[in-house]
Write a protein of this length. Sequence first.
Length: 170
Amino acid sequence: MAEKNREAVRAQILEIAERAAQGEGIEVVDVEILGGGSNRVVRIYIDRPAVPGAVIDPHAPQGVTHEDCELISNHVGTVLDVEDVIPGSGYTLEVSSPGIERKLTRPRDFERFVGQKVKVTLRQPVEKSRHWTGALTGFTEGVVTLEAAPGKLIQFPLDQVEKANLKFDW
């Protein structure tokens, strides 16, 4: 599958997954297409964000459940097969949580995770470094603000982010 065609297929799968998630309180975080031929893997990452202002029951399961993954997998898999979205001779569909060190790719990710620790790789260096880890302190008008050290704020435009993930301290 050519790279341009792969991106078009990825965008189509993302749209199908978002339709399946709509109304279920599920967010589609990312879609990946890996491998080639009959060894292709379509991986969909989903999350169930907390409802703002909701009282959290510490005994209730949080985040994505197996049932959430099954729901999205069944719906998306059926549509992919019926509409013959993925050219070729087969694929494996995986649906899972993005994990505790999930990717941040869209503006809403940076807005949602203000206050969390993140690890960022930039396309161009800021203050002689492309790699930064720190608390995400703000995201305004397309500009990310990161506290790299106590009192040391780094700012860069979102379009300069090559890769960003939440960072969990083990």
